[in-house]
Design a protein around this ligand. Structure first.
Ligand code: NIG
Ligand code: FE
Length: 389
């Protein structure tokens, strides 16, 4: 057994209201004791027990490691031109996904694995200690299964997204593709995945197709999550709630009935401001969701097309500046909210028994994540008790 005392933390975000005021459970002049891979003690520096080693936070703030509950990291290729064209006035269309599908199919396992490792490393340096990632750029039985196998080498939070778009080979027969996604492809993919996802959108899958895909995944033991209401109004959000999906992701175009549905169920609304930033689209209205009592998570949606950022601090800053969230709400959503979207209770909080995942900020308060946008504030990161930055 090894213990580490982290002391002299100016403001500690615990996300445990039993430990301090506000939903963030804030503790001033705080200390944390890590025992192996777990948080063993949390309190005031003055009351801290002795430990094997001591790390002085030098009056910096500490937060739980970010929980990035939505990313698409198993891909190859480059879509700089598409981004450039979009920033010159062209609209975002889901069809750009095909470019990445072609490049991903042509890549070796080693290339895909190296790409995943690269973006996870990038995210870790920015404080992300838990992340989910998806397939969806293979769209054949073999390519989807290999994407999930590679993803599973890097995280437990793996999502089967064979229903990202209809595979190009099936463009004239989408029903046959849905049959593949719910049959042979699902059989090959389910062993590597915890979640099943579908892009429920015009140009991708409609409500009936999405329902069939999510129910087939459920029957195989996968838990649904849904790309819902990103580019237009549609059935995705209400379908997610109906099927008790862990999360409805994007939630950019919502009717009052969609908001009511989210407020009445267990489905987290995961907002992905990097996508609206990178497609110059309308921002999701986080304030409206929070005021209705919906649980909100923030995530990067890191992918080469619509949101090529791995930075949770960037998403926090956007959510505060443009989506009506307070800094406290945004930091909660990027940590505890992400944990809720992944149905995890061991991450997203700094409290006895939780996994020892935390980040020190080069700042006296978590508010600086929004106050100092674009500044690399993450100075130290512990993941499962191991200091990795
Ligand atoms: O979450 N919405 C669908 N999928 C991605 C975009 C993927 C891409 O453009 O490559 C998203 O934004
Ligand atoms: Fe996505």
């Amino acid at each position: 057994m090894t213990t580490t005392l982290l002391t002299n933390i100016s403001t500690l975000v615990t996300n445990d209201p039993a430990l301090g005021p506000t939903p963030l459970g804030l503790i001033e002049d705080a200390a944390v004791v890590i025992e192996n891979d777990t948080i063993a003690w949390v309190g005031r520096s003055a009351d801290a027990p002795a430990a094997d080693t001591t790390h002085d936070a030098n009056a910096r703030a500490a937060i739980p490691g970010f929980v990035d509950s939505h990313s698409h990291l198993v891909f190859a290729g480059d879509r700089t031109q598409e981004f450039n064209a979009r920033m010159s006035g062209q609209a975002y269309k889901a069809g750009g996904i095909r470019t990445t599908v072609a490049a991903t199919r042509a890549a070796t396992d080693a290339e895909l694995g190296a790409n995943v490792a690269r973006y996870i490393g990038e995210a870790l340096r920015q404080g992300t200690t838990t992340f989910e990632t998806k397939s969806g750029y293979g769209l054949t039985v073999e390519d989807e299964a290999r994407a999930l196998r590679i993803a599973a080498e890097h995280t437990d939070e793996v999502t089967y997204l064979g229903a990202h778009i209809v595979a190009p080979e099936y463009a004239d027969d989408p029903a046959a593709y849905v049959e593949l996604v719910t049959g042979e492809m699902l059989d090959a993919c389910a062993p590597y995945a915890r979640w099943v996802d579908v892009f429920c959108e015009k140009g991708a899958f409609d409500g009936d197709q999405a329902r069939a895909i999510l129910l087939a995944g459920k029957a195989k033991g996968l838990i649904p999550r849904v790309h819902a209401n990103q580019l237009s109004y549609g059935p995705g959000v209400q379908l997610a709630v109906e099927l008790d999906a862990a999360s409805a992701d994007h939630c950019t175009h919502l009717t009052d009935a969609d908001v009511d549905a989210l407020a009445s169920g267990n489905t987290v609304a995961t907002l992905l401001p990097g996508a609206e930033f990178s497609t110059r689209a309308q921002w999701p209205d986080a304030r409206r969701l929070l005021d209705a009592g919906v649980t909100v998570a923030l995530s990067t949606d890191c992918n080469p097309g619509s949101s090529f950022t791995s930075s949770m601090p960037f998403c926090v800053a956007l959510a505060v500046r443009d989506m009506g969230m307070t800094p406290d709400e945004a930091v909660w959503a990027a940590t505890a909210g992400g944990a809720a979207a992944l149905r995890r209770t061991d991450v997203g909080r700094i409290a006895p028994g939780a996994r020892a995942d935390l980040a020190l900020l080069d700042a006296p308060s978590h508010v600086h994540l929004a106050y100092r946008p674009g500044v690399p504030l993450i100075s130290d990161v512990w993941r499962q008790g191991i200091k990795c930055r």
